[in-house]
Design a protein around this ligand. Sequence first.
Ligand code: ATP
Length: 594
Amino acid sequence: MLTETSPAANGSQSSTQEPARITLFAAMPWLRSLVALTLFCDLLVTLLTILQLFLLSKLLTQVFLHHPTFSHVSSLLWLLLATLGGHALLSGASEIVAQRGTIRVKAVLRQRVYAHLLRLGPASVQNERTGELAATLGEGIERLDAYLSRYLPQLVLSVLVPLLILLVVFPFDLLSALLLLLTAPIIPLLMMLVGSSAERQTRLQWVALTRMSAHFLDVVQGLPTLKLFGRGQAEQERVARISDAFREKTMSTLRLAFLSGAVLDFMVAMAIGLVAVMLGVRLLAHGIALQDALFVLLLAPEFYRPLRELGAARHTGLEGKASAARLVEILNQPLLVQDVPFATQIPSGSLEIAFHSVEYTYPDNTQATLRDIELTLPACTCTALVGRSGAGKSTLARLLLRHMECGQGEITVNGLPITALPIEVWRQYVALVPQRPYLFYDTILANIRLARPSASENEIIQAAELAGALAFIQRLPEGFATLVGEQGTRLSAGQAQRIAIARAFLKDAPLLILDEPTSSLDPESEQAVRLALARLAQGRTVLLIAHRLNTLAAASRVVVLEEGQLVEVGSPNAWLRRERVQVRPSQRGEEIRL
Ligand code: ATP
């Protein structure tokens, strides 16, 4: 079965091919500058902190040893106040830069991933679980916040800040500097030990979350089917099991995060304690000046702080990293169609389509779905395509829609290969009326206008009239302004189908693909839709995928596909007269059996 491609999707088809491998930084080159700017602000904050602690140690030493008057220490106090103010300002600036930058990153990334999904097209996306994709685009991108604004800068700061502090402490007190140098590697070592399993756990938790989202979407969309088969209770138990599996994954991830956090805090407290004891002993033995000892003692927590903060940011950072990996994977998914920037020639007038030795094999399949297809769709005629289920009818139509490219051979339009046209240009020539049209959660007017956003209200009303939809739309309480649910749940199948036909009228494309548009309709709707389709088909080249005998009445030629190969091309009457298909008038609505 085919799906509709919205003009919005067509409009964003890019004419350029993506490079071989994309990373988050390659996708957004300014992301590097953003992280660098955040780092620069944070390093300035560290320098101010060092200065602040130096002034504090000097002030405390003066107060305790020399009992000065206020005027003696006032300059020190003002300096200290100035550094405190500068510290607050810079910390705020760093936070604002990081937050604003990440908000932009998230918005740009969402657009890029969405644009890439559109470029990948229905043929690639139909192999993905919709709920998982929706979770990645929503929650997954939100999770990048902690990864980009906290975790990534913290990774660099946890190396640079301790190094900076060591450089400052060395000239003041060699012994303390050596002690800091010796204790520092214990923390990253510990993080590395729990790191790999924490990362694995977080990845598993993310996979469990997206699976759960995908399953919920499945269950909500399939609610009528579940009710029909009395599977409500069983499904409830399955949902409970999936939720429980997610809870367990989250708990084990959090357990690991809390455990490593507690061990980290303990190690840091021990290391600071060790420095303090050493300084105390040397102070008693007059081995170090009070101001130097105070300065080093105040600096010691600052030395370990970035590593502790890295530990604290690690859990949410790893969550962001897991979703970043999935986003990068989507961005790197190869395109099934190669686009060209501009057309050498644009076909005009009515279209003749020809398939020349076309062959196609789906990426995961070993056998070709279509083989050696030689077929012409003459201009302004309706060609019916029939064949057993799985014969390759939809695949042939998908190639014509350029959801994917022919493996071998080519399709031409008035002698020009369709691959010589940019995809967005080619799709302006094609309208599709699928078996089950997709209606968006929007007004009827907006749903029809999708086919041509520039259309006036009058043109939309005219298209609805030609599609036989005007009468029922006008009977709705809010007419064209009536909201229809996701997938058109507030309309009957026949009404939704007529909205799809109105779209095709509005698009006014010279090539029309009809995928058995009356298959799920009652006789009354079927008649209305059939009349509308007959009007729509006039003066256009039509490929009609037919599953039912009475659909053939509209066609002037019939083409039979068998296991991916064309076995017959002829007139519908001659084909119907054959022994293979015997129909009594009462059976004309029945499925075609070959
Ligand atoms: P139906 O009348 O039931 O809609 P069809 O004649 O339109 O069937 P296609 O949908 O073109 O048949 O499928 C032809 C073959 O290609 C089938 O064997 C099907 O399993 C396979 N196929 C279809 N889509 C894919 C896909 N996305 N990936 C792999 N194989 C696919």
